[in-house]
Structure formats: structure tokens, C-alpha cells
Design a protein around this ligand. Structure first.
Ligand SMILES: Nc1nc2c(c(=O)[nH]1)N[C@H]1C(S)=C(S)[C@@H](COP(=O)(O)O)O[C@H]1N2
Ligand SMILES: [Mo]
Length: 316
């Protein structure tokens, strides 16, 4: 995959500083590892003041190797993030007011290690990887995004949910100062999503902190957002500040807004239409034409077992 380098006129002082320090630190890590006679472990470089555009260290994976990533331009300017307005261009235009650092995530509910975790602590010793996944929006379009993140299960294991934890609920920041779109009640804020616990610990499920090898731009859900590649885009909740382990199925913001249109499961399924439009095909952002939508967005082999015996038309 080609990572387009940032043009000089787009570089801010912060970028230069971050990247300079990053390079120094990288060479230090590499030589220290060499001294110790070990292979260099991919290290995370995400200091408290990292800004969008700072490079991340990550390992490549085989996920999505055959897919052609959508351009960085499209990924970062064609967004759904209603906290910054309801048009596709609004998040890129308005998300500068979000301050993704310092950041913390509150963890509560049915869990042995509740508490408020600083982003740095969540990411400490956590190796990052790149996975290329197709994001299929329920509105009928898709794009291919090279995410940088880590499996949600890594965090869940550290938090130790109790046996009563059957679901995980996620919430986005609620702060109209930083998120001016929240002054209008287009959705019930904070944006809320949920997964069944077995979906949450599935190895495909990611927490993303970057894309195209760099710290997440605000409009894509900085500093931490969920990516569940076999579900419609709206499950991929952005800018997460709270994770709750619960016994009962949470109600997502979209379910609350229009329960007949948006279900809890929201699995990508060309055979189950949205009440107002077909889900059989999708428009590919950044190119002409459409493609056939795949069951579970192409991951049927890996996830169909989670839904064995369930009526997918009822559990949409
Ligand atoms: N907090 C929050 N998360 C959100 C949304 C939102 O409006 N608010 N939109 C969702 C929808 S509908 C989609 S398609 C994806 C889009 O992610 P992207 O802009 O990074 O491509 O984010 C999802 N996560
Ligand atoms: Mo979406």
C-alpha cells in the first residue's frame, strides 16, 4: 500500500516536531533491541500531545491485503459524525474544536477493574497493527480504510468482565462546546452503541487509533473509535469516553431514533433490506459504479457462527 507523504505546505510545527522525535525514538528503540539481541518490537508512539497526522508504529497484517484502500482524501472528507453536523462534509470542516488529548475512558458496570483510564494507560505496552477493512454504511455506500488499532479483546481481557457481563455499551463524548452539532437534538446524545460480549471479544473487532499509518483525524473519531467490520458503519462508534459491561442489551442511538430501520445487530446483509431501500449493492466512494454487498461484509466464514439459529430478518 502506498502511503502518500504529507506535502510540505501542510506541515505544521507540531508535525515536524512529532515526526522528528518519532524518528529519533525509533532509531533508539531499534539499536537498543539490537544490543539486547532481540527483534525490534513495533512500538507505539503516541505521546499525550500527539496530533492528527503524527506517524504511528504498527505491524502490517494480512487483513484486507487484496483490497484497494480508498484515498485518504475521501476517507477524511466524506464522513458521518453527527456531533459535527449532518452533512458528509461537515465533520472535516467542524471537528477542529474536538480536543482528543488528554483523553480518558470511564469503565464501569459488570467488570472487576472499573475506573477511569487515561488513553496513555490504555495504549501502554499495546502493540498496534494495520488492518484494511471495508466500511459499509447502512445508507448504501462503502469505502476501504487502512485502520491502525488493536483488538478490543486485548483491552477487555485486562478489564476482566464478570460472568454477568453479556453486552458491552459504548458512549461518545457529550460536550456541545467541543461538539457543536450536539446543540441540536438530531440524535439522543451521547451517541451510544453496543455489542454482545461474544461480538466484542471476536478477533476481528478493533479499537482504532489511526488510519493510513497516522493518528486518527478528529473527523474519523479521534482518539479512539470502534471498528466492527461485519456490521454497518453506524456501529463503529467514534471518540469513545465510556465503556460499560452490562447484563441487558443496550439501546443504540440509531435504534432509539428509528427502531424499525436500525436494529441492534446491524449485520451487513444483502438479503435484508432497509425498510426504505435495498441493501443488495453499494456505491463505492471514490470510484464509479457499485459493487454487490456481501453477507457479513465478506466475513461470513468468521462470524456466521455467532448468529447460528437466529432469524437475521428479525434480528436486523
Ligand atoms: N459518535 C458517532 N459515531 C459515529 C457516527 C456518528 O454520527 N457519531 N456515525 C457512524 C456512521 S453512520 C458511520 S458510516 C461511521 C463513519 O465513519 P468514518 O467517518 O470514519 O468513515 O461512523 C459511525 N460512528
Ligand atoms: Mo453510516
Amino acid at each position: 500500500m502506498l502511503i502518500k507523504s504529507r506535502q510540505n505546505n501542510q506541515l505544521t510545527e507540531n508535525h515536524v516536531t512529532d515526526q522528528g522525535i518519532y524518528r529519533q525514538r525509533r532509531s533508539f528503540i531499534t539499536s537498543a533491541a539490537a544490543l539486547a539481541g532481540m527483534a525490534a518490537v513495533p512500538q507505539l508512539w503516541l505521546p499525550g500531545n500527539a496530533v492528527a497526522g503524527a506517524r504511528l508504529a504498527f505491524k502490517k497484517t494480512g487483513y484486507g491485503q487484496g483490497l484497494k484502500p480508498t484515498s485518504r482524501k475521501h476517507i477524511t472528507t466524506y464522513n458521518n459524525f453527527y456531533e459535527f453536523g449532518t452533512s458528509k462534509s461537515a465533520p472535516a470542516a467542524n471537528a477542529k474544536s474536538l480536543k482528543p488529548r488528554p483523553w480518558s475512558v470511564a469503565v464501569d458496570g459488570e467488570v472487576e477493574k472499573p475506573g477511569t483510564y487515561a488513553l496513555e494507560d490504555i495504549l501502554k505496552n499495546q502493540s498496534l497493527e494495520e488492518r484494511i477493512y471495508r466500511l459499509r454504511c447502512v445508507e448504501g455506500w462503502s469505502m476501504v480504510i487502512p485502520w491502525v488499532g488493536f483488538p478490543l479483546v486485548d483491552l477487555i481481557k485486562r478489564l476482566k468482565p464478570t460472568s454477568k457481563a453479556k453486552f458491552v455499551e459504548f458512549q461518545t463524548l457529550h460536550d456541545p462546546e467541543q461538539m457543536p452539532g450536539q446543540r441540536r437534538t438530531v440524535l439522543a446524545w451521547p451517541y451510544t452503541e453496543g455489542l454482545r460480549i461474544d461480538e466484542a471479544v471476536h478477533p476481528l473487532t478493533l479499537l482504532a487509533v489511526g488510519l493510513y499509518g497516522e493518528v486518527l483525524p478528529n473527523q474519523n473519531g479521534a482518539p479512539l473509535r470502534l471498528v466492527v467490520p461485519w456490521k454497518y458503519g453506524f456501529k463503529n462508534i467514534k471518540s469513545i469516553v465510556r465503556i460499560r459491561f452490562v447484563e441487558k442489551q443496550p439501546r443504540s442511538s440509531w435504534q432509539a431514533a428509528a427502531p424499525h430501520e436500525y436494529g441492534f445487530y446491524a449485520n451487513v446483509n444483502p438479503q435484508v433490506d432497509h425498510p426504505r431501500w435495498s441493501q443488495k449493492t453499494e456505491r463505492v466512494i471514490g470510484s464509479f459504479g457499485r459493487r454487490k454487498t456481501e453477507l457479513f461484509n465478506g466475513f461470513a466464514e468468521q462470524v456466521a457462527g455467532l448468529y447460528r439459529g437466529m432469524d437475521l430478518k428479525k434480528n436486523y
